[in-house]
Design a protein around this ligand. Structure first.
Ligand code: NAD
Length: 297
């Protein structure tokens, strides 16, 4: 790693578990090459290193010592990394989760680009959809980021559902505190809420190549719904395929994956990446990538 830092202008890492198939290195390095930047993106896989997620602080300090520009952080370290940072952006503080750390004069500053990445994806991919009542499935890391984005997008009432009810309670409470008492709740009856919802967002892993199927019974979908998925491996999930057949407006998880990467890239380099070019590159990568599990970063 030392020789890399000596020869490159930007050295970035991705810390997480089982990140071998991640498309982030190629996405970042290709855009840097297009912009004429010297940029190296290294995978730092805690499983390969035999480290528990709690050891992320040691990896962070080592990366900083070696002269890394910053790191992306993915599952299962997005929360455990927070206590090791000297500063947090307001989004990262609100979410309690970080996917981008920038090293700056001895400081380690945490950001969350998943949330604005999802927001940009919706703005571009589903312009002018109704936002009165939206059901969000999954209250894990991606769900929390999506929930805050939904509030910023003007969703009037967000119904947060998780098969593990306790996991949904906590983000719903934090959304109410931050955005208003009537803006978020946990639905008592999901079927009834879906029947009168404008939109449905899947932020569970269900639909991934490694977790096939749909996160809700497909007969609960109807043609007045728009449907967004954060899963991007595959881009066309069972949920989206069925929604398209019904005539729903749909959005796949590729946009969020690209825009969170683009926002991280800008934080690392101070250069503005070309979002359209990154989208095209991502589409080619997603087609070519092996069908193994793929994590965002
Ligand atoms: P996580 O394990 O932290 O959370 C998933 C949550 O979904 C859990 O709370 C689980 O109980 C819940 N869940 C599972 N099945 C459910 C169902 N049928 N109905 C309701 N809730 C259900 O996982 P995560 O880190 O939040 O990631 C979720 C997905 O988001 C993954 O597929 C990941 O690849 C994807 N992701 C995509 C992007 C992107 O840029 N597009 C970014 C981050 C994560």
């Amino acid at each position: 790693m030392r020789s890399i830092t000596e020869h490159a202008s930007y050295v970035v890492g991705l810390i997480g578990a089982d990140i071998g198939p991640s498309l982030s290195p190629s996405l970042h390095e290709r855009e840097a090459a297009e912009l004429g930047l010297r940029y190296v993106y290294e995978r730092i896989d805690i499983h390969e290193l035999g480290l528990a997620p709690e050891r992320v602080g040691e990896l962070l300090r080592e990366a900083q010592r070696l002269g890394f520009t910053g790191v992306n952080v993915t599952h299962p370290c997005k929360q455990t990394v927070v206590e090791h940072l000297t500063e947090l952006s307001s989004d990262a503080a609100a979410l309690g989760a970080v996917n981008t750390v920038v090293f700056d004069h001895g400081n380690a500053v945490g950001h969350n680009t998943d949330s604005p990445g999802f927001q940009e994806s919706i703005v571009r991919g589903l312009p002018e959809v109704e936002m009165n009542r939206v059901v969000l499935l999954g209250a894990g890391g991606a769900g929390a980021a999506v929930a805050h984005a939904a509030m910023s997008l003007g969703v009037e009432r967000l119904l947060v559902a998780d098969t593990d009810r306790d996991r949904a309670d906590s983000p719903a409470r934090s959304l109410r505190r931050r955005y208003g008492a009537d803006r978020a709740s946990v639905p008592a009856r999901l079927a009834a809420e879906l029947a009168r919802a404008d939109g449905l967002i899947n932020a569970t892993p269900i639909g991934m190549a490694t977790h096939p199927g749909a996160p809700v019974p497909l007969e609960l979908l109807h043609d007045r719904l728009w449907v967004a998925d954060v899963v991007y491996r595959p881009l066309e999930t069972e949920l989206l395929r069925h929604a398209r057949r019904l005539g729903c407006r749909t959005l796949d998880g590729g946009g969020m994956a690209v825009f969170q990467a683009a926002l991280s890239f800008a934080l690392f380099t101070g250069h503005k990446p070309d979002h359209e070019r990154m989208l095209r590159h991502f589409a080619r990568l997603a087609e070519d990538a092996p069908a193994a599990a793929m994590r965002s970063g």
